[in-house]
Design a protein around this ligand. Structure first.
Ligand SMILES: Cc1cc2nc3c(=O)[nH]c(=O)nc-3n(C[C@H](O)[C@H](O)[C@H](O)COP(=O)(O)OP(=O)(O)OC[C@H]3O[C@@H](n4cnc5c(N)ncnc54)[C@H](O)[C@@H]3O)c2cc1C
Length: 322
């Protein structure tokens, strides 16, 4: 009996040792793929504006297109799922986190260049940087997007919009990487934009957007920025973590109006709350879990449907292991 216990313990230790060494080899191989940063078990709450979400198996920051291509091809060869993260400002990552690789272009693929009336912005730069750049160059057209806290890649993927403008209105073309690493440019007329959506195969990555703008007077552009910025501060709960509007506005009118009418403004579940300032925002009061946020979203959907007969469609993307 004692001998068999010893043998079991020995076999278990041996197995543990083998598993640790497989994990070490895998981590070494993954890190060796690129010069950019590679993080294992990266807590996604640190990379999303709502500040919820469990760990991603691996978070990679390629420094250029060559590194991105390497990642994509390697993942494809090994059958590893890949998720492209922008600034995580339209995302709810579930508490169990994300299995597979998460790729962020925010460190290495973020150049902005001017070519006459066109601005070319790589996907990892922020919309905020792009708008500031356009103003510096005296180019008009991007001012309404000032204050949208995501990246150019995320903005294009979501066809982000504000104050009646959408990114599709100023896009000239988009450069994409397919799952085999091939890069191609698509003109605006060949892209299917709709309300908060660009219809692309889910494995394609947006690398760059080209935006066609107009000459403008710098002082006037700055005034416009101030106006948009003040409107945002007045209407949005910018003092708490959120993911922006949770729902798309249905054809019957703004989602926030219906949420208010069913009495849910300020409604709280645990540490998740429907904002008192803008009822289409759900805020994290500090320690909310993704599960609490999702329960609150489901409650809002149920109440609005039962009391108003309106089906709310989610604008936020929910990702991660259920
Ligand atoms: C306070 C606040 C205010 C907001 N106001 C607005 C607003 O006025 N208007 C508005 O439209 N939105 C708004 N948002 C939501 C959000 O900022 C936008 O949807 C933004 O465009 C998301 O960009 P992101 O980089 O954060 O994308 P993420 O949230 O990281 O990702 C969103 C989706 O885009 C995909 N994606 C990201 N990058 C790429 C890429 N390079 N290639 C392919 N797919 C990619 C992701 O896979 C994911 O499916 C707001 C959010 C907050 C927190």
């Amino acid at each position: 009996m004692r001998i068999s216990n010893f043998c079991n313990r020995f076999a278990l230790r041996n197995l543990q040792f083998k598993m640790e060494s497989v994990v070490k080899d895998y981590q070494k191989e993954t890190k060796g793929l690129i010069q950019g940063k590679v993080l294992f078990d990266a807590p996604m709450r640190k990379y999303t504006s709502l500040r919820v979400g469990g760990p991603a198996d691996c978070l990679l920051f390629p420094m250029d297109l060559k590194e991105l291509r390497k990642i994509i091809r390697h993942a494809r060869k090994k059958g590893i799922p890949v998720f492209v993260l922008g600034k995580g400002t339209n995302l709810i990552v579930r508490d169990r986190g994300i299995r597979g690789w998460v790729v962020s272009l925010t460190k290495g693929i973020k150049k902005i260049e001017r070519d006459g009336e066109f601005l070319e912005a790589e996907a990892g730069c922020t919309l905020q940087q792009l708008v500031r750049f356009s103003i510096q160059k005296g180019l008009s057209g991007l001012e309404p997007f000032f204050g949208i806290p995501g990246t150019v890649g995320g903005g294009l993927a979501m066809n982000a919009g504000a104050w009646g403008a959408e990114l599709k209105d100023v896009v000239h073309s988009v450069t994409l990487m397919k799952e085999d690493g091939e890069v191609m440019e698509r003109s605006r007329s060949r892209l299917k934009f709709s309300y908060r959506r660009l219809n692309l195969p889910s494995s394609w990555i947006i690398l760059k957007g080209s935006f066609r703008l107009k000459e403008g007077r710098r002082e006037e552009l700055i005034e416009r920025l101030k106006t948009f910025s003040e409107m945002r501060k007045r209407t949005q709960p910018l003092d708490h973590p959120s993911a922006g509007s949770i729902f798309k506005n249905p054809k019957e009118g703004p989602a926030g109006k219906w949420i208010e009418e069913v009495g849910l403004r300020g409604f709280q579940m645990g540490q998740a709350m429907v904002s008192g300032r803008h009822a289409n925002f759900i805020i994290n009061l500090g320690k909310a879990s993704a599960a609490e946020i999702l329960r609150l979203i489901e409650w809002v959907e149920k109440e609005v449907y039962e009391k108003k007969g309106i089906s709310l469609e989610r604008e936020v993307k929910v990702v991660g292991e259920p």
